[in-house]
Design a protein around this ligand. Structure first.
Ligand code: ZN
Length: 197
């Protein structure tokens, strides 16, 4: 088989950009020397002009755009459920936080599949808020410190009570977030099974 036959056979792959680098280089060398092959190549390449490569690119950019859009929606949903969770626990005059933390745990785990993130997003903000709320209920940091210290032996005792109480708040809320995450995990397992069967 002579080189021209090989080039002719390889042209469709050459056009689709599916050849090895070495093969492309060999093709280029041959095309630069051989008028017959070059004109055949020009015919094929204009028959399916570069659009096929372009459309491949647009397909992948569309895919990328879709994925980043999805990521934004996921983030928005998690942020919304986070805002919902924080508002129910801050205006804590009901047990709404049970639902809102369940939703927060579900969303976070469903989209990001991370236990650490699910735990952090539910325990950290509420604990910090709880510290703030305890101090704010006295009016100012100075007032809290002097008044609350009267009930404690030392400043260390006072701060450990503050931290312990806030952490307990965080843990109570996180229990429901973990429940939500477990449901998210089960939902994922079930849908994955349905997809494979
Ligand atoms: Zn040739």
């Amino acid at each position: 088989m002579n080189d021209c036959r090989i080039v002719e056979d390889l042209l469709p792959l050459y056009e689709e950009d599916l050849l090895h680098k070495e093969t492309v280089e060999w093709m280029d060398t041959h095309l630069s020397k051989c008028d017959a092959c070059r004109s055949r190549a020009n015919e094929t390449l204009t028959q399916f002009p570069v659009t096929s490569i372009k459309s491949k690119k647009t397909a992948s950019t569309m895919m990328k755009n879709a994925i980043s859009k999805l990521a934004i929606y996921q983030l928005l949903l998690v942020l919304l459920s986070f805002a919902f969770a924080m508002s129910t626990s801050i205006f804590a005059n009901s047990f709404q936080f049970i639902l809102s933390y369940f939703v927060l745990g579900f969303m976070t785990f469903y989209f990001y599949r991370s236990w650490i993130l699910t735990l952090l997003i539910s325990i950290v903000p509420i604990s910090i808020w709880s510290i703030y709320d305890t101090i704010a209920s006295y009016g100012s940091y100075g007032k809290w410190y002097t008044q609350a210290l009267e009930n404690h032996d030392s400043a260390i005792g006072l701060f450990s009570t503050l931290l312990g109480g806030s952490l307990l708040m965080g843990i109570i809320h996180t229990v429901f977030a973990v429940l939500g995450a477990v449901v998210a995990l089960l939902t994922k397992k079930i849908t994955e099974k349905e997809e494979t069967s």
